[in-house]
Design a protein around this ligand. Structure first.
Ligand SMILES: NC(=O)c1ccc[n+]([C@@H]2O[C@H](COP(=O)([O-])OP(=O)(O)OC[C@H]3O[C@@H](n4cnc5c(N)ncnc54)[C@H](OP(=O)(O)O)[C@@H]3O)[C@@H](O)[C@H]2O)c1
Length: 262
């Protein structure tokens, strides 16, 4: 049975993507912070897909040792990961000097370090088998500086650059392993916005707002058709296509407008 390890699989787009993988007959390995949420989400998924196999691990990915602990959990159970989805992450909002340093460091560790470490750990096994896919959840905030979501956007710029270059390296070494980079725009219906103090920020009812279902459909279609990069949501894809025509000043005006509170 094919197996997908999805970090943050019990919530938001992680859960929406899990529904596609469950429908596709995959066994799911979920890693997230909150044990109760993991148990509840597992029950909900198995109510919808009664054959779904779901294994759960509650762990804080902002801790440096957690990625290795996830890898050890997988290998000590004899599982092999066909598809790794690095999805767990969170954001901060406000002027950088107003945000507690430790909160941003925890975000950098979760969004960047855990993504990097998990990629390295599972990539080695995939390269040995010459098979597997890594799906990296970046963001449209990776494409330009984002005042008031400064450090968050920088973490996603890392994920974007690292993952797209990894795909180029895989191509260069003629590997069958694939890396799919995903850049969603603001998602209106996940916990992300409330959990990160973003309620009332215009982008969640903005130019290119999307939903968890739309993101999951776009990711699944990109994954099953062998693509290596996807901007999710038709309106965001249009804006992304236009971005080279938009001067920096106008781009930043749009970003300021989108990240303002209403
Ligand atoms: N929402 C948006 O507008 C948006 C736009 C672009 C990209 N993204 C990206 O999409 C991904 C998923 O976000 P979402 O919108 O689906 O939000 P979400 O519903 O809040 O999901 C985030 C998931 O990450 C897990 N997580 C967060 N911090 C963690 C930690 N320290 N250790 C382990 N797990 C942790 C959460 O676990 P618990 O539930 O157990 O806390 C949750 O399962 C994130 O990487 C986010 O940056 C979101």
């Amino acid at each position: 049975m094919r197996t997908a390890l999805i970090t943050g699989g019990s919530s938001g787009i992680g859960y929406a993507m899990s529904r596609r993988f469950a429908r596709g007959g995959y066994k799911l390995l979920w890693v997230a912070l909150d044990q109760n949420e993991l148990i509840k989400a597992k029950a909900a998924l198995q109510t919808e897909f009664n054959q779904a196999q779901v294994e759960i691990l509650a762990i804080d990915l902002s801790k440096a040792e957690s990625a290795q602990a996830v890898y050890d959990w997988v290998t000590s159970n004899g599982w092999s990961v066909d598809t790794l989805v690095n999805n767990a992450g969170f954001g901060t909002y406000g002027y950088v000097s107003d945000i507690p340093v430790e909160r941003e460091v925890a975000m950098i560790r979760t969004n960047v370090e855990a993504t990097y470490r998990l990629t390295r750990l599972f990539l080695d096994d995939m390269l040995k088998r010459d098979a597997g896919t890594i799906i990296q959840i970046a963001s449209n905030s990776a494409f330009q500086p984002v005042a008031r979501m400064n450090t968050y956007a920088a973490t996603k710029a890392f994920v974007y650059q690292f993952s797209r270059a990894l795909q180029e390296e895989l191509r260069l070494r003629k590997s069958k392993v694939r890396c799919l980079t995903v850049c969603p725009s603001a998602i209106s219906d996940t916990a992300f916005k409330s959990a990160n103090g973003l309620d009332g920020v215009r982008t969640f009812k903005g130019l290119a707002t999307t939903t968890a279902e739309e993101v999951a459909d776009d990711v699944w279609n990109a994954y099953t058709s062998g693509r290596d990069f996807i901007v999710t949501g038709a309106r965001m894809r249009f804006l992304f296509g236009m971005r080279r025509l938009i001067p920096y000043g106008l781009q930043q005006w749009l970003v300021r407008r989108e990240t303002a509170t209403t």
